[in-house]
Design a protein around this ligand. Sequence first.
Ligand SMILES: *Cc1c(COP(=O)(O)O)cnc(C)c1O
Length: 400
Amino acid sequence: MIPFSPPRMDQRIVDEVVDTLWSGWITTGPKTKRFEKMLSDYGGQKSTLCLNSATAGLELVLHWYGVGPGDEVIVPAYTYNATANVVVHCGAKVVFVDSGEDFNINVDAIEKAITSNTKVIIPVDIAGWPCDYDAINALVRRDDIRSQFIAKTKEQEQLGRILVMSDAAHSIGGVYKGKKAGSLTDITVYSFHAVKNLTTAEGGAICFNMPEPFDNLQIYQRLNIKSLHGQTKDALAKNQIGNWRYDIVEAGYKCNMTDIQASMGLVEIQRYNEDMLVKRKHILDRYASALSKYPWAQIPVYETTERQSSYHIFLLRIVGATESQRDSIIQEIFMQEVAVNVHFVPLPMMTFYKGLGYRIDDYPVAYDNFSREITLPVYYDLTDAMVDEVVRAVVRAVEK
Ligand SMILES: *Cc1c(COP(=O)(O)O)cnc(C)c1O
């Protein structure tokens, strides 16, 4: 069986983790802080806070920006449920919008969905392909959009407009007009979950890029405290001589990253561009060239002169297939010992969101993309021979 997405593992990662285990410090400490610094250098953002998941990062930022009941947050219908669930946790309203041909959020649909209650837009770089950030960033700064924004908190007043927080769970290393995901919007959130491009088993990070007069280091410190119960000192700081006394400034959360997780990330970030991204691009190129000769195969765009993907996953679409034909094709592919997947079932099709009154008929492009989509495996240890085997399995399944 060709698996779908095993993590890359080697002796360097094992050695770094073991080094942490014997170091006397296994929770948040020097390695997490070093990893944060390396992530800032890599993505070009002003500061980076590591956490135990992307979900925690998205939610902390919504709380920091004061999003709550009566507010609206714009989210693509086509994403993983974490992007929308965090909005529900805050008591705000999820406003789904449709996607484009490239799977990403449709900017015209965002514009139509904006109201005076809109506080945040969460674009998602599906498969690692950066959204059209020039258009999104220009939209929230437009005078007529700014003038209907109602600030309810100090942070909202200071920004004076809708916050753009990109969900870059797939797209660390993705590039838009020469800038990396991490520094394309006000705030960016990465995921280091086991199936993602760069993994720490579980983990995530918030990248801060807030404009003047915000102090990104200060926001980092605020959210760091929020991620540790609102406690003014973490365990490492309290360990210093005469430094035991601490205070609680809010009822915060508990979602910090451990140094065990950070050790995996430290190894991976150092070789990410030259090794991981090169490997993934090679796999996507091989799929694209093998499949493009079949008229039924719609190949995803993952590179133009202005944008490069992080080559996270390969979203094949079958031209003219119905949802049930696609399901049968997937069944056939599995019968040939190849694991594939679907990214994603649009959220308006999920029981919980249907129960809130959302209808998939309102998101026709998201549905069309989903109904014909099959995600092919992409991971570090996938060899050329395995890619060829996946292609043979797909071709046989479609032809059958
Ligand atoms: C994986 C994923 C997340 C959640 O990441 P966690 O680190 O597991 O919280 C959020 N958004 C998208 C689009 C994802 O694929």
